[in-house]
Design a binder for this molecule. Structure first.
Ligand code: GLY
Ligand code: MN
Ligand code: MN
Length: 450
C-alpha cells in the first residue's frame, strides 16, 4: 500500500518537476521529562508505513534510481534499551521498500545535492519554523552554488495540497479495509458504552471504557480525544474534560472513534443515561436523526458538502419551527440564521488518516464534488444552551449529535459505521441492558467478511 502511494505521488511530482520532503514529526514533551506517545504525521505514514520519530522521507522523481530516500534514526543499543527498538538504516530499504536510507544526522549534508535537477519542492511550511528557515537558506545557497553550472535547482515551494493531499482524499481498497476495521472496533466501543451507562457513573468511566475497547482490540487508540458529555456538557462541542457524574434523566453525548493503523473513524451517538428518552429529548433526537438520514442519502458522486449541509439545516429548522423553538416561517429563519444558536457547525468533513482529513473543500473554482473512494462524516446536531431563556425550560440543556462515516461508492455510498445502533428503540433497549441485534462474535465475523 505504501509503495503504491509513493508510486502515485512520484507520478504527480514528475508532472510538477518537484521533489517532496515529508517529515515524520518528533517527540513532544508532556511535562518535565515525560513525552506523549509518538504518532507519525499522517503524510509521512501514508507514504512509508513507518512509525518512528525523527525521520524524513525525500521523494525525487528526477533522480536516476534513488527516487525514495529515507532519513531515520540509527541503531543504538543503549538508547534502545531505554526508549525502544529502532529499525535502523541497514534494514530500512528491505523493510520499507525505499531506494536508499541514511542516518537522520546526514540529512542536511545530503539534501542539497539530492534536490539538484528539480524545479520545485513540495513541503508543508509552518509546522517547524526552524526547519523552514534552514530549508530556505539551504535552497538559496544551492541556487548560488549552481548559478553557472547549468544545473536546475529549486526556485519554488509548493504546498502538498495539490498533490499529496489530493491522493490522500481518495482512498484505495487497502485503506478502506483499514477504515472498516476501525469502524468495527468503534462499534464495539459505542455498544459497550451504551451497555455501561447508568446514573451515578462518571463520564470518566465511559471515557476509559472506550479507550480500553479500542486498545484491547489491537488498535492504535482513539483517533482524537473522546468527547463524553453528559447533560448540558453536550452543548460544548469539543468537551473533553469527561469528569462529571452521569445524571438520571439526562442524555450522554459520546463522540469517539477508533484509530486503526492510524486510520480514523469519527462517530457520535447520544444516549439516555436512564435508558429512556424523555419526550423533549426524543423529539430533538428524532429530528436530528431524520436530518442525518436525509443528508446521508445525498452522499453520492457529483454531490457536495454544501448540499448535505443545506439539506440538514432545512430539516432541522423546519423541525424547530414545528416544536415551537423557532418562530418561522422557514425562509425567514434560514435568512436570519437565528438557528445558528442551536446548530453552529457544519454537517460533515473529510475523514481518513486525520479525523479532519486533508483535501480541499473547493476544487476548480467550485464546491468539491464527491467521488468514489472519498470518506465523509455526516453529523448534524442540535444544542440548546442551559441558560437559553428564549425557550421553555423543558428544552434547556439538551444536546444531541449523531455522526456516521460514509464511504462514497460508484453507486452512491456505504455507511462504514452502520453497525452502531441509532434508532430510538434500539438505543433504549441496549442502554436498558437488552442484547444488541448482533452478538459481539457475529459483528466480528461480519467485519472480517468485508
Ligand atoms: N470529533 C470531531 C468531529 O466530529 O469533527
Ligand atoms: Mn466527531
Ligand atoms: Mn466529525
Amino acid at each position: 500500500m505504501f509503495r503504491e502511494h509513493r508510486r502515485r505521488l512520484l507520478e504527480l511530482l514528475r508532472s510538477q518537476e518537484a521533489a517532496c520532503i515529508v517529515p515524520s514529526g518528533g517527540l513532544k514533551t508532556r511535562n518535565a521529562d515525560c513525552e506523549y506517545r509518538f504518532r507519525p504525521i499522517s503524510d509521512f505514514y501514508y507514504l512509508t508505513g513507518f512509525r518512528e520519530p525523527d525521520s524524513i522521507l525525500v521523494l525525487l522523481p528526477e533522480a536516476a534510481e534513488q527516487k525514495a530516500v529515507l532519513f531515520l534514526r540509527e541503531r543504538d543499543a543503549k538508547a534502545e534499551s531505554w526508549t525502544g527498538r529502532r529499525l535502523g538504516v541497514e534494514r530500512a530499504c528491505k523493510e520499507l521498500g525505499v531506494d536508499a536510507a541514511h542516518a537522520i544526522g546526514e540529512f542536511w549534508d545530503r539534501l542539497p545535492e539530492l534536490l539538484v535537477g528539480h524545479q520545485r519542492i513540495v513541503h508543508r511550511m509552518g509546522n517547524d519554523p526552524d526547519r523552514d528557515r534552514l530549508l530556505t537558506e539551504m535552497v538559496s545557497e544551492l541556487q548560488q552554488a549552481h548559478r553557472k553550472s547549468g544545473k536546475l535547482t529549486p526556485t519554488e515551494w509548493l504546498d502538498p495540497e495539490a498533490s499529496l493531499h489530493e491522493l490522500r482524499l481518495v482512498k484505495d481498497e487497502a485503506e478502506v479495509a483499514e477504515m472498516r476495521r476501525a469502524s468495527w472496533i468503534s462499534a464495539e466501543a459505542h455498544i459497550a458504552a451504551m451497555q455501561a451507562v447508568e446514573p451515578g457513573r462518571n463520564e470518566s468511566e465511559i471515557d476509559a471504557l472506550l479507550d480500553y475497547t479500542f486498545r484491547r482490540n489491537g488498535s492504535t487508540g482513539a483517533a482524537y480525544n473522546n468527547i463524553v458529555a453528559g447533560g448540558e456538557n453536550a452543548c460544548i462541542l469539543h468537551y473533553i474534560e469527561n469528569d462529571k457524574a452521569l445524571v438520571d434523566g439526562e442524555l450522554l453525548l459520546i463522540d469517539s472513534g477508533c484509530e486503526w493503523n492510524f486510520y480514523a473513524t469519527d462517530v457520535t451517538r447520544t444516549i439516555p443515561v436512564s435508558g429512556r428518552f424523555s419526550p423533549e429529548q426524543k423529539a430533538i433526537y428524532e429530528l436530528v436523526l431524520r436530518a442525518q438520514k436525509e443528508a446521508i442519502e445525498l452522499v453520492r458522486p457529483g454531490n457536495t458538502f454544501v448540499q448535505i449541509h443545506d439539506c440538514a439545516v432545512e430539516i432541522l429548522v423546519l423541525g424547530l419551527i414545528e416544536l415551537g423553538l423557532l418562530a418561522g416561517p422557514l425562509e425567514k429563519e434560514l435568512q436570519s440564521e437565528d438557528y445558528y444558536r442551536f446548530y453552529m457547525h457544519k454537517t460533515g468533513h473529510w475523514l481518513g488518516l486525520d479525523v479532519h482529513e486533508c483535501g480541499s473543500y473547493y476544487h476548480a473554482g467550485t464546491d468539491r464534488k464527491f467521488e468514489p473512494g472519498m470518506v465523509a462524516t455526516v453529523e448534524p446536531g442540535l444544542y440548546i444552551a442551559a441558560d437559553d431563556s428564549t425557550v421553555e425550560a423543558r428544552w434547556r440543556g439538551i444536546g444531541v449529535r449523531i455522526e456516521d462515516d460514509i464511504l462514497v461508492t460508484a453507486g452512491g455510498h456505504e455507511i462504514l459505521s452502520a453497525a452502531i445502533p441509532k434508532e430510538v428503540d434500539e438505543v433504549e433497549a441496549i442502554c436498558q441492558g437488552k442484547p444488541p441485534g448482533m452478538k459481539a462474535g457475529e459483528r466480528k465475523a461480519a467485519n472480517e467478511a468485508t
